[in-house]
Write a protein of this length. Structure first.
Length: 299
């Protein structure tokens, strides 16, 4: 039991300042974006246009780290996802953490401020896992968090996971709007946010919204069975987060945390009890698609 020791944890956070390439004041005059681009090919902007996964606008997309970069997501990593042609795409390993371009600038500004709570929780849990005398002996992590914002943590996680679940805005527009606009959300028969703790060194961030897994008996003794695959997974120390349809949510070892969205991003809970299981990836989980890719672990 962690109990009240969580109150004494202080997480050191770095202040990140972002400076735009051009500091332009609105003048009411339409600006030629091409005129602002440098002509030197070495400094050419690497812009990607597409559809924002949070609002649906077709525009220039900004870089999104999933999870936030300061939450231990700054090393070499690769990402897999299902593209618009329903093909599994495995990105090349690169430095700078797991990131992709999926959100427009207004949505990035609206949601990135919530990352501070995710970063705070990540630091707290890693510190607890490393320094606790019970390290390596627990199958779950139980305790009370003091003066935290669970709605902010959940929204930060889900905003990033929409970048992985590209069609979520079409299949569940009200759910995505509740995340984007910081609305209260009551869990229903739609999507579920599932959470657990992991100490896996291997990080997997992937998505495949509206995919399906088909089980076929080779001897013909049973009929083929089709079930939805998970929509997104962020499995990176210290959290294992899954976005999945309600119809398969109970198959996972993870805890359903969708009801954290009953809090808004700035709502503070003075004593927040939680009990999260420890999970790890199954040895044969090259691609994460369902509950059988996870098994119980210790930390």
């Amino acid at each position: 039991m962690l109990g009240r020791q969580w109150q004494d944890v202080r997480c050191e956070q770095r202040e990140h300042k972002h400076f735009g390439r051009n500091n332009l004041e609105p003048t009411g005059v339409e600006t030629d974006v091409n005129a602002l681009r440098p002509t030197n090919p070495r400094t050419h902007w690497k812009q990607k246009r597409g559809r924002c996964t949070l609002c649906g606008t077709h525009t220039v997309l900004t870089k999104t780290h999933v999870p936030p970069k300061a939450a231990f997501n700054d090393g070499p990593a690769s990402m897999s996802a299902v593209d618009s042609d329903n093909m599994i795409v495995q990105d090349q390993k690169r430095d700078g953490g797991l990131h992709l371009r999926a959100h427009c600038e207004p949505c990035r500004r609206a949601t990135s401020s919530w990352d501070d709570e995710y970063i705070k929780w990540a630091g707290t849990f890693v510190k607890t896992l490393v320094e606790s005398p019970l390290a390596g002996q627990r199958q779950s992590l139980t305790g009370t968090l003091v003066d935290v914002r669970p709605g902010r943590f959940a929204r930060a996680a889900l905003a990033g996971m929409t970048a992985l679940a590209e069609g979520l805005i079409d299949s569940h527009p009200d759910f995505v709007a509740a995340i984007r606009e910081d609305q209260l959300w009551a869990a229903s028969d739609g999507m579920r946010l599932l959470a657990a703790i992991t100490t896996d060194e291997q990080a997997i961030v992937s998505g495949g919204h509206q995919g399906a897994s088909v089980s076929i008996s080779l001897d013909g003794s049973t009929s083929p069975k089709t079930v939805p695959t998970l929509s997104a997974v962020v499995h990176l120390l210290p959290f294992s987060l899954v976005l999945a349809d309600a119809s398969i949510a109970n198959n996972f070892l993870h805890v359903d945390c969708t009801d954290w969205l009953k809090y808004r991003a700035d709502d503070v809970v003075h004593n927040f009890d939680l009990n999260l299981p420890i999970v790890k990836l199954s040895s044969d989980s090259a691609i994460i698609y369902g509950a059988n890719c996870f098994e119980g672990g210790v930390a």
